[in-house]
Design a protein around this ligand. Structure first.
Ligand SMILES: Cc1cc2nc3c(=O)[nH]c(=O)nc-3n(C[C@H](O)[C@H](O)[C@H](O)COP(=O)(O)OP(=O)(O)OC[C@H]3O[C@@H](n4cnc5c(N)ncnc54)[C@H](O)[C@@H]3O)c2cc1C
Length: 437
């Protein structure tokens, strides 16, 4: 059985790996010259390869650990204790243990306790379906109170949704984040920890690609697919330029707006259905420094005047020896559909970002910056509205022998290496089952 896979990101490669392990012959087509997609690498001017966007693996990411074991790269995982903080009124407040939590100055003690209750309440939710009908604002105010909402959650939500409305965002959105945040903590002290693969997610891509090729599969880079070709209501292959490559089945792993462009002749009803899923985009500078900036893994920003959402210093858990001796700080700005931030030039972004960093950190000086690289993507995080699970497209599409494994199907879990590899494994099961393998 020959399966053509579109996309060489974590989803496409993991899907290809599990299909190969089950005897299918796969051929993967990736548009860009490197594998990895959103989790792919970028090369710094000095030749050091680092993750293009920040990528953290948690000690609790069980599926990813198992996959790394299967691939023989589990010894490449490294973890370290980390710290999280909040930037509030010109200062970073550490929020790292229960004592710091209960001392958090922006709130009085009743509201601090209610903030703690919010985190605990999220862990106690057994049936997330109940949260799908409640807006994130209503749930946070109900559980944590309006003072904590106005001083912490509202600025964070405004920033995450790029200033646009979050009235239609369900409480599952914050629930899945609080559960993941808590899963980064372990032991009696609830110490936070984070990790990575030496070489970044590129190490995982290389190992997956190696196993696929060992199993007889083929991987083509710089090969953008122009169309999924169908005959009599079933997919028969992929069009690359003028060439048609035939397959017994096709599996697509790109985001749904990209998938839509590849099936121009599909049924109008299916196209309309797919078009309903919107995505946040991102503008994410990677600032490479000659010294640490904050020492925190993540500093959440609760200040509307600062354009970026957070300060993420991955070298708080990656030993700089693995990334050319540099210190890596990512400064993401999530963008709503049609956001003006996606239209700003790299130079404009750099000037605005550096001015804000100087205002936030008096010791920061532009002379500490070795490189400042602006990366951006339009489709990053699928947006799910209130009561909208019915809008999630199934893996088996209405087109025969055509399958879709994409991040918008991952809900309410966050889309990350853990959930994407788990989903890809399940999608491989759907493909094999439907093809009678
Ligand atoms: C800023 C940021 C931070 C993140 N942080 C974390 C984190 O801390 N931990 C974590 O585990 N995950 C994190 N993630 C999430 C993770 O990167 C994604 O969930 C994952 O990479 C999605 O993989 P994918 O294969 O589904 O999609 P993609 O990576 O988008 O892969 C799709 C691939 O399809 C290719 N393609 C598109 N069109 C065509 C075409 N016509 N023909 C052929 N190929 C095509 C693309 O080039 C791409 O390589 C983060 C992501 C971002 C953006």
């Amino acid at each position: 059985m020959k399966v053509g896979i579109l996309g060489g990101g974590i989803m496409g490669l993991t899907l290809g790996y599990f299909l190969t392990r089950n005897g299918a012959q796969v051929e993967i087509f990736e548009a860009s010259p490197v594998l990895g997609g959103l989790a792919g690498p970028t090369e710094l001017p000095d030749g050091t390869a680092v993750d293009r966007f920040y990528h953290t693996i948690l000690p609790s990411d069980g599926h990813l650990h198992e996959l790394c074991s299967d691939l023989g790269i589990v010894d490449q995982l490294r973890f370290r204790p980390t710290r999280t903080g909040f930037f509030y009124r010109g200062r970073i407040f550490s929020m790292n243990n229960i004592v710091e939590f209960l001392r958090f100055p922006p709130l009085g003690w009743i509201d601090r306790a209610r903030l703690g209750v919010t985190v605990v309440a999220a862990q106690l939710v057994r049936d997330w379906h109940r949260l799908e009908a409640i807006s994130v604002e209503r749930w946070l105010v109900r559980v944590g109170g309006s003072v904590a909402f106005e001083s912490i959650w509202r600025p964070l939500l405004r920033s995450k949704f790029d200033g646009s409305s979050f009235d239609d965002v369900p409480a599952t959105w914050i629930w899945s984040r609080l559960v993941r945040m808590k899963s980064a903590r372990s032991g009696a002290s609830q110490q936070e920890g984070a990790g990575h693969l030496i070489g970044g997610y590129a190490t995982l891509m290389k190992a997956l690609a190696g196993k696929i090729e060992e199993g007889g599969g083929r991987i083509h880079k710089s090969r953008p697919v122009q169309e999924i070709v169908t005959e009599n209501g079933a997919a028969v292959g992929l069009r690359l330029g003028q060439e048609l490559q035939r397959f017994d089945a096709v599996a697509v792993t790109v985001q749904t707006p990209v998938f839509l462009r590849l099936i121009p002749r599909a049924d109008a009803g299916y196209r309309e259905f797919l078009a309903k899923t919107e995505y946040l985009g991102i503008v994410c500078p990677l600032m490479v420094l000659d010294r640490p900036l904050t020492g925190y893994w993540t500093v959440n920003i609760t200040d509307d005047r600062i354009p970026f959402t957070g300060v993420i210093e991955t070298t708080s858990y990656i030993d700089p020896q693995y990334v050319g001796g540099h210190h890596l700080v990512y400064l993401p700005k999530y963008t709503a559909p049609g956001s003006v931030w996606q239209t700003k030039s790299d130079e404009e972004i750099k000037d605005i970002w550096l001015a804000n960093l100087r205002a936030m950190f008096p010791d920061f000086d532009s002379s500490h910056v070795r490189y400042f690289l602006v990366h951006r993507e339009r489709y990053v995080e699928p947006l799910h509205g209130l009561n909208s699970t019915a809008l999630i497209p199934p893996v088996k599409t209405p087109i025969g022998r055509l399958f879709l494994a994409t991040t918008s199907q991952i809900y309410p879990a966050l889309t990350n290496g853990e959930s994407v590899t788990r989903h890809a494994r399940e999608a491989a099961g759907v493909v094999l089952h439907n093809l009678g393998a």
